[in-house]
Ligand binder design. Structure first.
Ligand SMILES: O=P(O)(O)OC[C@H]1O[C@@H](O)[C@H](O)[C@@H](O)[C@@H]1O
Length: 323
């Protein structure tokens, strides 16, 4: 894919980008960086299902019961919620992008910033006749998924209104990232303390978070509002910190189904809630509105770094203020 200009029906692979088949023969792209990190992306949903560091350790949670069969969305990895987050509209839960077959975009418009990465793939989803019945708008959604030389995973969404009759459209959005954690009761999230949130478990009522980092001992489903561009997920047991950097995405959803909801989900193991946490960079409270011809950009950058200890406590300043 990298550097290719011509449109070809079967994209050719390189040492950095391999086009192959995944579960159930679904088309899959593997990105590899020279130091050993990798990522896997299904064209079904433009869904990242794996992100490994240069030691080959998996950083995303993927359920052992995930169903790789349309129209079910894949449970785990990074589902794309577009054009609707959750049930906030008339569409099916989380919109349709996560259960559509995307195409490889052979000739994407140039990116304003130069990326050092050679391990990237550009995907595209356009309006289909079927979707326009429920969401009567014409759009082009371009997604670049890139692995940086240091193993960072970067997702850039560019969504354009291509309506020809002058109609604007609005949407809500989330990168529904499932992080893999050693034990949910040993995890802290920093960067969301003192913020307002809507609690999905209490009719989306608005509350204010206490001053401490978030910890987990029961089901959580909250939409934090106007969040900082950097959030840290600290896994004490693994001594690993995930850093989420986001741009164009003011909100952040934190979700763990805990035991009862886990049992109710057919594509999720009963105990798997212990090993995952969703922290989702999102635009929910204020939907994005695009006039015809306008484009919106939303960027997610994930990195995983070894945690450092400072008098028995992880030092949040180093994580959140460090570059
Ligand atoms: O089962 P789904 O459709 O993938 O959704 C999973 C969860 O996704 C979260 O983003 C929502 O806040 C939760 O309410 C929801 O349960």
């Amino acid at each position: 894919m990298s550097g290719e200009k011509e449109k070809t029906s079967a994209p050719s692979s390189s040492p950095y980008v391999e086009f192959c088949k995944g579960v159930n023969g679904l088309d899959k792209v593997i990105l590899r960086e020279s130091r050993g990190s990798s990522a896997e992306v299904y064209l079904y949903g433009a869904h990242v299902t794996s992100w490994k560091n240069d030691h080959g350790e998996e950083l995303l949670f993927l359920s052992s019961k995930a169903v790789f069969k349309p129209p079910k969305a894949i449970r785990g990895g990074i589902p794309i919620c577009f054009p609707q987050f959750g049930g906030l509209g008339t569409l099916d839960q989380h919109g349709f992008a996560r259960n559509r077959l995307w195409s490889v975009d052979d000739d994407p418009p140039p990116f304003p910033t130069n990326t050092l990465s050679k391990a990237f793939v550009d995907l595209i989803l356009k309006t289909s006749e079927e979707d326009s019945k429920n969401w009567p708008h014409s759009f082009e959604y371009r997604l670049r998924i890139a692995l940086g030389p240091g193993g960072d995973l970067m997702l850039t969404s560019r969504i354009r209104n291509t309506n020809s009759e002058g109609k604007p459209f609005s949407f809500t959005f989330a990168y529904h990232t499932y992080f893999s954690v050693s034990d949910i009761s040993e995890v802290r999230v920093e960067g969301l303390e003192t913020l307002d949130y809507l609690d999905n478990l209490q009719n989306k009522e608005r509350f204010t978070e206490q001053g401490d980092a978030l910890t987990f001992e029961s089901e959580v489903d909250k939409i934090y509002l106007s969040t900082p561009t950097k959030i840290a997920i600290i896994d004490h047991e693994k001594k690993r910190t995930f850093v989420v950097r986001k741009d164009g995405l003011p909100d952040a959803v934190v979700w763990n189904p805990w035991d009862k909801k886990a049992k109710a989900m057919s594509d999720f193991g009963d105990d798997e809630y212990k090993h995952m946490l969703c922290v989702e960079a999102a635009a929910i409270e204020k939907p994005i509105t695009l006039k015809p011809g306008e484009e919106w950009k939303g960027r997610l950058e994930l990195s995983a770094v070894p945690s450092s200890y400072c008098s028995g406590q992880l030092d949040p300043q180093r994580v959140l203020l460090g570059s």
